[in-house]
Design a binder for this molecule. Structure first.
Ligand code: MSP
Length: 544
């Protein structure tokens, strides 16, 4: 009996090991009232890198992103441009789609809030909440921010008693609207946040959220707009004179496009598989939309809909890219066009910079000179140099054949240790969503390899036939490091990693998972392909 139990235990352990973790990740959906800027590009590249990394870990991953197409600003901008809102949103949505293609952002689900399946889901949730007594209709007179599309209270005034510039034009209006009983969920929200260490990441953002809850408790959320003022939205079920407030509509995209309340033939994922997976979903958002939208409204909405604490998404809150310390904005004229940057510097250089020069959670200053400097030093010089040494010298000195060698010296063993340590540090940082730190860990090993090459001097070893074995061992250490670097770099630079794998003549590299990364990826007597520079230096034209 005991033996049978042991066999069963081993079997279950094996099953647990073999079953992939389901990882569901989404990003904030982008407003279609303007063109994509560098902040949008960062968020999607970050999500793309995390998704690719999770697949590299061996997990199953689903990445949803999309566009937020309703609301007053869309209606107003379309009017200004003399087109109907649906023509306008189609046009702007195209710009986002084109950019994701250009940046190699690969998503599994695409959310457009004008999609009928999303509208049906929003309306079914509203009906359900109404039936549960979570909604009520009431008249309200007060200050209304046109820019933020919300009523303001005295708590939104600044120290001087005014509504600050962040609210844009503020008008006084009186109207009857639908309200969601947000205040009935704030006590739960507080205890959920306090009891869940990874509810908001990085953790310092949680304190900010808890403070905001203290300030806001006791207020309900106005979730409708009269059609006479705003027609571009999802009609309120059972009250055709109203549309749904844009945030209430948009936040639901995270579940509507994950298949919540969807018909089996709707072409959407199986919700229970995605959402109630092994790991809680992750929503990637910028710091500006944590309070109140995601941190208060969304979590309370999910609680009202019936989601348990264990089903609440984790909020990964990233910082902002600024320009010379200032917020980027089209109106100030200091916004940076990611499309142009990718044209000028190349997609891979831009992807690298966007996740390398910012710590996830913190702000950073966008600087094209730093983009060039980081690319040129870390990729063109350091990694490029290592690739060149490993591949070119193997081609020239050993006819492209790699021999594993033996009788490792202290230097060889130190290089192998450096690789193991770098890979562990990379993995820990990536698991913490800290891409920049993971790249630093990888770069440490690349620098170690270049130091090793300078000490071992394969070009000198090649001068004497007696050193053939030693030369082979040294070149193998360099080439093997390139193979590992290609795998570790693949979430950030998929195209460059594929090129390296091709030059190493190792198509299997593309299918390797993190646990496969052991010394000896390159078989003994392996023949590599033709070396080609993968990271050409960016040369900036000097102004005349
Ligand atoms: N439509 C809402 C989100 C609805 S989610 C249900 C929205 N859209 S947005 O276009 O203004 O912003 C989309 C994302 O881009 C947000 O996460 C926002 O924080 C992020 N960024 C906007 N500007 C940014 C920077 N300058 N830097 C980094 N990310 C920033 O909010």
């Amino acid at each position: 009996m005991r033996a049978r139990c042991a066999v069963m235990m081993a079997y279950y352990r094996l099953l647990i090991f073999l079953l992939p973790v389901m990882f569901y990740l989404t990003t904030a959906i982008d407003y279609t009232n303007g063109s994509p800027h560098i902040g949008h590009a960062y968020e999607k590249v970050l999500a793309d890198v995390i998704t690719r990394y999770r697949r590299l870990r061996g997990d199953e991953a689903f990445f949803l992103t999309g566009v937020d197409q309703h609301g007053q600003k869309v209606q107003q901008t379309a009017e200004k441009e003399g087109v109907s809102p649906d023509v306008f949103v189609k046009r702007t949505t195209r710009k986002f789609l084109d950019l994701w293609e250009k940046l190699g952002v690969q998503y599994d689900g695409w959310a457009e809030t004008t999609d009928q399946r999303h509208k049906d889901c929003v309306q079914s949730i509203l009906l359900m909440l109404k039936q549960q007594g979570q909604l009520y209709k009431s008249a309200h007179s007060g200050h209304y921010s046109v820019r933020q599309e919300q009523f303001l209270s005295d708590r939104d005034r600044d120290a001087a008693g005014n509504f600050g510039p962040e609210w844009g034009e503020v008008v006084v209006i009186e109207e009857e609207n639908w309200y969601f009983k947000l205040s009935e969920h704030t006590a739960w929200l507080k205890s959920y946040l306090e009891g869940t260490p990874d509810a908001v990441l990085p953790v310092f953002r949680k304190a900010e959220l808890l403070n905001a809850i203290e300030r806001n408790s006791g207020t309900d959320l106005c979730i409708s707009r009269p059609k006479e003022r705003l027609h571009w939205g999802i009609e309120f079920p059972g009250d055709p004179d109203y549309v749904t407030y844009v945030w209430f509509d948009a936040l639901i995209n995270y579940i509507s496009f994950a298949g919540y309340h969807a018909a089996p033939d709707a072409g959407l994922p199986d919700f229970t598989r995605l959402w109630t997976s092994d790991e809680r979903p992750v929503h990637i958002i910028g710091k500006d939309i944590l309070v109140p939208a995601h941190g208060i409204y969304w979590l309370c909405m999910l609680h009202a809909i019936g989601f348990s604490n264990e089903e609440m998404p984790r909020l990964l809150v990233h910082g902002w890219w600024n320009l010379r310390g200032e917020k980027m904005s089209k109106s100030i004229g200091n916004s940076v066009d990611p499309h142009e940057l990718a044209e000028t510097f190349g997609t891979e250089a831009l992807r690298y910079y966007l996740v390398r020069d910012i710590a996830t959670g913190k702000d950073s200053d966008f600087d094209a000179e730093r983009l060039v400097m980081l690319y040129n030093t870390e990729l063109a010089n350091e990694l490029g140099n290592l690739c060149n040494r490993a591949l070119n010298m193997s081609q020239r000195f050993t006819a492209g054949v790699l021999h594993r060698g033996g009788a490792f010296t202290e230097d060889d063993l130190a290089l192998q240790t450096s690789l193991t340590q770098s890979t562990t540090a990379y993995r820990d940082a990536m698991d913490d969503f800290d891409i920049s730190k993971a790249l630093e860990a990888l770069n440490r090993h690349v620098a170690h390899c270049n130091g090793y090459a300078e000490r071992m001097k394969p070009w000198e070893l090649n001068k004497n036939l007696e050193n053939q074995d030693r030369l082979a061992t040294v070149l193998y250490h360099l080439a093997e490091s390139v193979a590992h670097a290609a795998v570790l770099l693949s979430p950030v630079l998929p195209a460059a990693a594929a090129q390296l794998a091709a030059q190493l003549e190792l198509p299997t590299l593309a299918h390797l998972k993190l646990p496969d990364l052991r010394w000896g990826l390159l078989p003994d007597a392996h023949l590599i392909g033709k070396p080609m520079p993968v990271f050409p230096k960016i040369l900036l034209e000097k102004p005349a």
